[in-house]
Design a binder for this molecule. Sequence first.
Ligand SMILES: C[S@@+](CC[C@H](N)C(=O)[O-])C[C@H]1O[C@@H](n2cnc3c(N)ncnc32)[C@H](O)[C@@H]1O
Length: 289
Amino acid sequence: MRTLRGRAPVVAATLVAAVFGYAVHAAAQGSARAAEDFKPSVGQEGKDVIWVPTPQALVEQMLRMAETRPTDYVIDLGSGDGRTVITAAKKFGARALGIEYNADMVELSKRAARDEGVAARTQFIRGDIFKTSFSEATVLTLYLLPSLNLKLRPTILEMKPGTRIVSHAFDMAEWKPDQTANVEGRTAYLWIVPAKVEGTWRWESASGPRAYEATFRQEFQTFEGTAKADNRPLKVTDGRLQGETLSFTLGEGDSLREFTGRVRGTRIEGTMKAPGSGTPATWVATRVK
Ligand SMILES: C[S@@+](CC[C@H](N)C(=O)[O-])C[C@H]1O[C@@H](n2cnc3c(N)ncnc32)[C@H](O)[C@@H]1O
């Protein structure tokens, strides 16, 4: 059985369930049977991780951190009793989907969504999160395990830039969060899927050095690199991405310039200026490699 390591109450609940025989047998999961009188128990077996619900206050905090809006499509991976999906629809007006392996939990969630009056904006499907597409989500919520977050990470990084990912308790290792929050001693992490800027970009300027070429090395939402301005070598520093929005500095001392922009596939459009100067110039770069 996979447990949520480091969570004493969960371990205790799991042991109690095992000793007294309350545990839901794996064999019952995945069956089409979904009894009306099914009662979930905290710590019950799950395919890759047991069921432990996120406290309601933290569910709301996670959705707030993601700045969830009515235009969003929220997907909860391993949706348990459906609380995150239902809250996203009820309190944030979003459309939301829960993907859950346990068929009983799926039916329980559908009943709860109907009771809460959000059946039209919510959907629950019985599926394996590693076999079901979630690429359409604009907000993705997780309460899984560190190893499962890492297994999902490559797929998450291929999602549309700007997609917000929120995870209860578990991080993404080297991919540092853009924001963290604590609610009643529990931690929530937020990441914003960064655009891809690794490679070589060229642009021209009407004033100062005319021809720029910069090569960026990207690590998740940060990047650095080297550049040439009219063949003079410069360093790229402080490169940061928030979805499609990027910023970096080029050069040093009097020749230092601050760049901001928006990444659109193979183009970056933005403005650049010297620190403290009030007159930004526009720049439009294209990817050459
Ligand atoms: C820790 S609970 C979190 C429930 C809910 N997201 C919340 O925060 O309240 C994890 C859930 O993932 C489900 N689960 C485990 N492995 C799964 C898999 N491979 N595919 C879909 N659901 C899975 C479990 O049945 C359980 O309901």
